[in-house]
Ligand binder design. Structure first.
Ligand code: ZN
Length: 396
């Protein structure tokens, strides 16, 4: 398996990146680069689940590949990038709502050094759209005058100024990915994850081109249950009371999902930090150390809260994407189009709503779901946004 096999359904992007990695290899071997093909800053864009960070990581592997920049998938360069232990590949993965300036400054400092293993110093920033303005400025300075062997790989949903500042964007070469076709997703689930073909095909269709979500649906019974609960919402909204109940269930489910994640991660993290800070020390200066460590623990707790808020939003967003696809299926049923439904297992509810609602009514509801997504992105309180939505989704 080569480094590129993970990049699902993106032949064009892979071609561009392979060529750039080959050109980068000529720099490493001292043969000089072909003009235009390798550059120091890259921006990977595409819808959620299209594999932005996967493509960026495959490119990082190719840059570090010991067999001449091909991304063979076998050498220790390729392996360590994949395992996230390569000393010259620095991952910035925001767990919370934003990437702070301190984190970016320290990354920029690291990036200025020469690569330990002599190839490339790679900085890979997932969710570059979460850079704070100050962090973005710190990064811009480095991107403007990159050290000769440093490569920045940024991932963001789009090149829109809301996602990436215009000045950073103008210095990056853009690689745009698209949502992979369900067949390509199913294929990778079978090949890489050993999932049986029938389940893989169903999960790929239900996840609508989101590779990670498809894998979760195929493997995790709880994720399947949550999806089922979401898809039962539209047909249940027969009166106002049902609308409020459904809103409560949607928000509570997202809260529980985030709480489960926090329960798993927070405790061990806090414990590890306390150990690192030498909790329980009694020597000279222990009092001063305690004061310092209280600050560090507070900072960790702040990050954990921010991560939990993000997890809650992500969970709710997944539910809304499923709902939007449900109403799309209703429209498809109404116009009798020969399009595969996103949710074949909800087809009886879909058909019922196709008879009950007018096409205008369906579009109106689809808009309500999309407006709710936007409201959440703009920090409207989840309960308020979701209630406004379910009330609009109420059946006549
Ligand atoms: Zn390799």
């Amino acid at each position: 398996m080569t480094a590129w096999d993970e990049v699902v359904g993106q032949p064009l992007a892979v071609e561009i990146l392979r060529e750039a990695a080959a050109s980068a290899e000529r720099v490493v071997s001292g043969a000089g680069a072909a003009p235009g093909s390798m550059t120091h800053a890259w921006l990977f864009t595409g819808p959620p689940g299209s594999g932005r960070s996967v493509a960026a990581r495959a490119f990082a592997a190719a840059l570090q590949c010991e067999r001449g920049g091909v991304g063979c998938g076998q050498c220790s360069g390729c392996h360590t990038v994949r395992a996230r232990t390569h000393p010259d590949v620095h991952l910035v993965v925001p767990e919370g709502l934003s990437i702070a300036v301190q984190e970016m400054r320290s990354i920029v400092l690291t990036a200025a050094r020469l690569p330990v293993l002599g190839r490339w110093q790679v900085v890979l920033i997932e969710d570059a759209d979460r850079l704070t303005e100050a962090a973005s400025n710190a990064l811009l300075k480095a991107v403007e005058e990159p050290p000769s062997r440093t490569v920045f790989l940024l991932c963001a949903p789009s090149t829109h100024p809301d996602d990436v500042s215009v000045t950073i964007r103008s210095r990056c070469r853009v690689v745009s990915l698209r949502a992979p076709a369900p067949d390509a997703v199913a294929d990778v689930l079978v090949r890489r994850d050993g999932i049986d073909p029938t389940t893989a095909e169903w999960a790929a269709q239900a996840a609508q081109g989101h590779v990670g979500r498809a894998r979760r649906l195929a493997r995790d019974a709880e994720a399947r249950e949550r999806r089922k609960a979401v898809l039962s919402v539209p047909a249940a909204l027969t009166d106002l009371g049902a609308c409020f109940t459904a809103a409560d269930q949607l928000v509570t489910a997202a809260e529980q999902e985030a709480a489960a994640l926090s329960a798993e991660l927070d405790g061990p993290e806090t414990e590890a930090l306390k150990q690192a800070l030498g909790a329980g020390g009694t020597g000279k200066g222990a009092a001063a150390a305690t004061r310092g460590s209280a600050g560090a623990i507070k900072e960790l707790e702040r990050r954990q809260r921010s991560r939990s808020t993000r997890a809650q939003r992500d969970a709710l967003d997944r539910a809304l994407v499923d709902l939007a696809a449900f109403y799309r299926d209703v429209l498809v049923a109404q116009c009798g189009a020969a399009v595969r439904p996103a949710h074949p297992d909800a087809i009886s509810d879909v058909r019922r709503l196709a008879r009950t609602l007018t096409p205008e009514g369906v579009l109106h509801r689809l808009d309500a779901v999309l407006e709710c997504r936007e409201a959440l992105e703009l920090n409207v309180k989840p309960r308020i946004a979701v209630e406004a939505m379910t009330v609009t989704l109420r059946l006549p």
